[in-house]
Design a protein around this ligand. Sequence first.
Ligand code: SF4
Ligand code: SF4
Length: 224
Amino acid sequence: MSDGDPTAGGEQKGLAQASRGELARRDSDATPAKRASWLPAPGQGFGVTFAQMFRKVTTEEYPEVPKVTKPRYHGRHVLNRHPDGLEKCVGCELCAWACPADAIYVEGGDNSEDERYSPGERYGRVYQINYLRCIFCGLCIEACPTRSLTMSNDFELADDNRRDLIYTKEQLMAPLLPGMEAPPHPMRLGDEKDYYVRTPGGTAPPVDRSAGSREDQPVPGGRA
Ligand code: SF4
Ligand code: SF4
C-alpha cells in the first residue's frame, strides 16, 4: 500500500467499522453481573448505614477531652532553663538562620556579673517565633547548640489575630520549677562548662502529658 493509493482510506475505514462491530457483538454476548445479595439495592445501601451504628465510635471529643499526641509530635516551642533557673539560650541566632520559613527573630544581649541571664557571654535579649510562618519542621531545634530550644506537644496555637500568634520570649520561656530562681543571678552550678555537661543521674521533672507536654518538657502556660 502506498501513500498515493486511493483505496487506502477506504480499507482503514472498513477495518474500523469491523472492530466496532466486533466490540458490539462481544458486549451483547457478555453475561450481566450477578448481585451479591438477595436484598434490593436500597436495602443494601441502608444496610451499610445500619451496620455502622454498631461499630466503635471514632469521634474525637475535643476540646472536652484533650487529645494526647504522640511523644515526638512537633508542637509549640519551649526555651529551656538550667536547673538553677538561668536560661539555656545564648542568643547565637543559629535557630533563626536554620529556619526555612524565617519565623524566628533573635537579638542577643551581653551578660555581666551583675546581671546574668545565661551561663554564656550572651543571652537571648529578644526572642520571637511567628506561628503564622512556622511549619513545625524542627530544623531550629536541630540547630540549637545548647538544647535551649525544643518543641513540646502543645498544638493549641490558633487565634483570631496576627499579633497574638507572634510569641515572645516571655511566652516561650519554660516555667520556673521548684529549686529554680528567676534570672538575673550569678551562676550557681559552677563555671560555664559545668552547665553544659549532663549529669548521668539527672532526673526529668514530672509533667502532666495531657497538658500538651513531654516528660522532659514543661510547657509555658500549659493547660491545667
Ligand atoms: S519549626 Fe521549622 S519553621 Fe518553625 S521556627 Fe523552627 S525551623 Fe522555623
Ligand atoms: S535558641 Fe539556641 S540556637 Fe536559638 S539563639 Fe538561643 S541558643 Fe542560639
